[in-house]
Design a protein around this ligand. Structure first.
Ligand code: PAF
Length: 280
């Protein structure tokens, strides 16, 4: 497995791989790799001849009072996991390499990124689209694989790729869950045992919503009320939003049309911001 830190080296290597006819599949990550990431790597291996995993904690997608400094960084562990999973290249640039002094260009999707997480994290998606476009320019992927847990990120990146004619197919992998139902996430490492017990209420609430739809409920108001009620029973949990949206446009829905929409939840478990979603 090759480990590349330099942006120029990554780009010239990717260009030469492509000119020799190799299909490149990229899995963009911020490291602290968990089973969810590893399942995205497996998808990338099916889609491409060469799998690149980028590991870069992107400062531009964190707000000033967010967890950039304490975000878990476990490079040696991550490299070992990538090696075991058969990754070909890990691209691990420094912040200076990606955003050198004087950097001043950003890419902003202006519709799908406005609601949900965009309300409380106004610069988050601008940081995500900017770093993703830079990663795409440096690794030249035919395919890039993202996880469904970050549903709004998936929709925003897909829109950016379509709007800017980026020649990369965006593939979405399913959300992986631990035995207790929690969606795998690098931020789960912040949770103490007691916080985790309460945070599981988020995936329980998604199941309540799905069961309601499966038994015929179509009113978004009723579903949102039940989900919010379930979360409110847990004293460490503070709801940021509970919304039903179209899975592609991220527009709010009033009535459930099964198969087209997602129920998305963001909540604080004490100091940890968690998101999750389920297809209705
Ligand atoms: O989902 C993530 O880990 C990040 O938002 C991404 C896509 C790697 C961009 O920094």
């Amino acid at each position: 497995m090759q480990i590349i830190h330099s942006a120029n080296e990554m780009q010239s290597h990717a260009i030469s791989l492509r000119s020799s006819g190799r299909l490149i599949a990229l899995v963009p990550t911020m490291g602290c790799l968990h089973e969810g990431h590893l399942s995205l790597i497996d998808i990338a291996k099916e889609k491409g001849d060469k799998v690149i995993v980028s590991i870069f904690v992107n400062p531009t997608q964190f707000g000033p009072s967010e967890d950039y400094d304490k975000y878990p960084r476990e490079l040696e562990n991550d490299l070992e996991k990538c090696r075991e999973r058969g990754v070909d290249i890990v691209f691990n640039p420094t912040v200076d390499e990606m955003f050198p002094q004087g950097y001043s260009t950003y890419v902003k999707e202006e519709q799908l990124s406005a609601g949900l997480c965009g309300v409380s994290r106004p610069y988050h998606f601008r940081g995500v689209t900017t770093v993703c476009l830079k990663l795409f320019n440096l690794t030249r992927p035919d395919v890039a694989v993202f996880g469904r847990k970050d549903a709004q990120q998936c929709a925003v990146v897909k829109k950016m790729v379509a709007d800017l004619n980026v020649p990369t197919e965006i593939v979405i992998g399913p959300t992986l869950r631990d035995a207790d139902g929690m969606a795998t996430s690098s931020r789960n490492v912040y949770l103490s045992d007691s916080q985790r017990v309460e945070a599981v209420s988020i995936s329980q609430a998604l199941k309540i919503a799905k069961d309601m739809v499966d038994s015929g409920t179509r009113s978004v108001d009723r579903i949102v009320a039940e989900v919010t009620h379930h979360l409110s029973l847990h004293r460490r949990i503070r709801v940021i939003y509970v919304s039903v949206v179209d899975r592609d446009s991220m527009e709010l829905a009033r009535t459930v049309e099964p198969g087209r929409q997602l129920l998305c939840v963001a909540a604080w478990a004490d100091q940890t911001r968690l998101i999750d979603n389920v297809e209705l």
